[in-house]
Design a protein around this ligand. Structure first.
Ligand code: DMJ
Length: 656
């Protein structure tokens, strides 16, 4: 006889309770509970039920998020239990730095321009998302999470001790105190105008120099850096800003790095659009401002290395290029490119052709514009968000937005027309038609205060959602009016400018979230709602960019006042004591805006540059009759009618 196996033993020991096994034991327990429940008197049962109901009500009453909704008269839809799945559905998990793919592997990081897989981006199609009203519960939760690891210095600036390398902990503890004392928030509001911007730039630059010199982006909280392309992105993006701000010393050290360290002969994947607007655009504009051919040579080098992107069946470029290998490819998940990306590289490539007298660059980007011009699938001049690199046709049709993935298509229609001396009628016609398309399909007014806003359309259904990215539009409309387009464009620009300002002013920190939703129902209590997943601020430039244009053309002081408020709030909530500024997670919580530990290169390339130009009294500093800014705020010359003049070497702010 063999000894009983483990299985035999289990089956024997449970067989008396109805068949054996874990499931049956559970069944047996349930039956016995039910029997006991039945044995209770009616009074006893009622008493137990009453206590359970009481406990449930107490639980609800002590849960602040829900009760605050009730107090506001809003449906309690963002209760804690369904919050997590809601956030997870909208946002990919924040990518930890050490989980990021190496630059050699891909350029497809989580881009601040939201060029990720469409499924993550198309919020229009997500039904039933609860609006955020008061979100203190969630903020408190995240605050608690981070507090366990961080030491708060002041006004939301946080030293994240957990993220520091072991070796640097001691040093930081000793050095933080003087750094904190050095930066006094009250002083920032004492200084206003261009000097305040110079000061902000120096502070941002200090962080970049100390902790991320030669790398792509500063991570100011952890005093480290992040790499996207591994090409010194912030340094290149900031070159012409330093020149315009008259920061000679900083400019010279950055130039020395470009001369001795910057090489594009690297096995890295870069995103065609991002590297065109930031690197090619930055180098070209610095060449024009300084006349230094170092920058032109570098521009030509990167420009020619980006050309393989256009080797596609349709000639609509791929999103990614390996600038070392000379190969290009679409993102991993699709053969589509983003419409804004393929139609917002034209200013730079056209200028490169003019300077080098090599027509290949201009020809490649003109082909894209000609194809997009003829494509079916537009709605009154409005374009879908995706285009296929094989067929050359629009995909994911039926969704129209002036925000992510479409925004700078409209901007570059107008700006190419201006760049080329207002001769290319097709560009102008497409732009004018699109502005009418916006008015007809996307423009609405909010309730109760009638803010004019640009919403989105999804398969005929209007959504009152507006990205902060859309705030480029007031500036672009005003620029068009300045160059002779209908004056009602200027009227609309002013109305939208007010709305973009309100997106800041109505938040508790005075800083705009990434996305807002406008209320349109009569009797609404407030104009603007913000969803939980949209409360972050990435130090974006679009609103201050438009303020610059509006002030330049109207000289209305209020635009400077609004810009000053915004700068003060950047200083208050995003400035990190040891150097740099950080994007934040929650513009609705002034107590704890929750730093994200990233200073995007466009903060130096765009945001601070436009603020400086807004405040500067230097007449026509970077004249809008001589220059057109690319979508990353790099000024490129408007082509003179005399084609032999190839650069507009301008000595600005006393720099030679
Ligand atoms: C920048 O890279 C450019 O302005 C782009 O057109 C949009 N996004 C960022 C800034 O928000």
């Amino acid at each position: 006889m063999h000894p009983p196996s483990r299985q035999d033993y289990v089956s024997i020991s449970f067989s008396g309770q109805g068949g054996g096994g874990y499931t049956n034991s559970k069944q047996w327990r349930r039956q016995s509970c039910w029997r006991k429940w039945k044995q209770l008197s009616r009074l006893q049962r009622s008493l137990i039920l009453f206590i359970l109901v009481l406990l449930f009500i107490c639980g609800i009453a002590t849960y602040p998020t829900v009760t605050e909704h009730l107090r506001d008269g809003e449906p309690a839809t963002d209760g804690k239990s369904d919050l997590k799945p809601f956030i997870l559905e909208l946002l990919p998990e924040p990518v930890k730095q050490d989980q990021l793919p190496l630059p050699e592997q891909t350029s497809q990081r989580k881009s601040p321009n939201k060029r990720g897989p469409p499924v993550l981006q198309n919020r229009l199609q997500q039904k039933g998302n609860p609006s955020e009203t008061v979100v203190k519960e969630k903020a408190a939760e995240s605050k608690k999470d981070v507090e366990e690891e961080d030491v708060i210095s002041w006004h939301g600036a946080v030293i994240n001790t957990n993220q520091l390398a072991e070796g640097t902990k001691e040093r930081d503890n000793k050095e933080d105190l003087p750094a904190n004392q050095e930066v006094k928030p009250t002083n920032d509001s004492d200084v206003s105008g261009p000097e305040a911007v110079r000061r902000a730039f120096r502070h941002a630059w200090k962080g970049y120099k100390d902790f991320s010199w030669g790398h792509d982006e500063l991570r100011p909280i952890s005093k480290s850096h992040s790499e996207w392309f591994g090409l010194g992105l912030t340094l290149i993006d900031a070159l012409d800003t330093m020149w315009i701000l008259g920061l000679k010393e900083e400019f010279e050290e950055a130039k020395a790095w470009v001369a001795t360290e910057l090489t594009f002969d690297k096995n890295v994947d870069v995103n065609l659009f991002e590297s065109t607007i930031r690197i090619l655009g930055g180098l070209l504009s610095t060449y024009h401002l300084t006349g230094d051919t170092l920058f032109l040579h570098k521009a030509k080098d990167i420009g020619s290395r980006l050309m393989p992107a256009f080797n596609t069946p349709s000639k609509i470029p791929y999103s990614d290029v390996n600038i070392g290998k000379g190969t290009a490819h679409p993102p991993r998940w699709t053969s589509d490119s983003t419409v804004a990306e393929v139609t917002s590289i034209q200013l730079e490539f056209r200028e490169l052709s003019r300077l080098t007298e090599d027509p290949q660059y201009e020809a490649a980007v003109a082909e894209v514009m000609n194809q997009v011009h003829k494509l079916e699938g537009k709605l009154d001049g409005l374009v879908p968000m995706f285009i296929n690199t094989n067929s050359g046709k629009f995909t994911h049709q039926g969704i129209y937005t002036l925000g992510a993935r479409a925004d700078s298509y409209y901007e570059y229609l107008l700006k190419q027309w201006i760049q080329g001396g207002k001769k290319e009628d097709q560009l102008l016609e497409d732009y004018l038609e699109a502005v009418e398309g916006v008015k007809k399909n996307l423009l609405q007014k909010s309730s109760p205060n009638g803010l004019v806003f640009v919403g989105e359309l999804s398969h005929g259904q209007f959504s009152p959602k507006m990205d902060h990215l859309v705030c480029f539009l007031p500036g672009t409309l005003a620029l068009g009016a300045h160059h002779g387009l209908p004056s009602d464009h200027m009227d609309l620009a002013k109305q939208l400018m007010e709305t973009c300002y309100q997106m800041y002013a109505q938040m508790e920190t005075g800083l705009s979230p990434e996305i807002v939703h406008f209320n349109m129902h009569e009797g609404s209590m407030r104009d603007i709602d913000v969803k939980l997943a949209d409360r972050h601020n990435l130090l974006r430039p679009e609103t201050v960019e438009s303020l610059f244009y509006l002030h330049r053309f109207t000289q209305d002081q209020k635009y400077r006042d609004w810009g000053r408020e915004i700068l003060q709030n950047f200083n208050k909530y995003t400035k990190v004591s040891s150097g740099g500024y950080t994007s934040i997670n929650n513009v609705r919580d002034p107590e704890y805006p929750s730093p994200r530990d990233k200073m995007e290169s466009f903060f130096l390339g765009e945001t601070l540059k436009y603020l400086y130009l807004l405040f500067s009294d230097e007449p026509d500093l970077v004249s809008l009759d001589q220059y057109v800014f690319n979508t990353e705020a790099h000024p490129l010359p408007i082509w003179p009618s005399n084609a032999s003049q190839t650069h507009t070497h301008t000595h600005l702010s006393g720099l030679v």
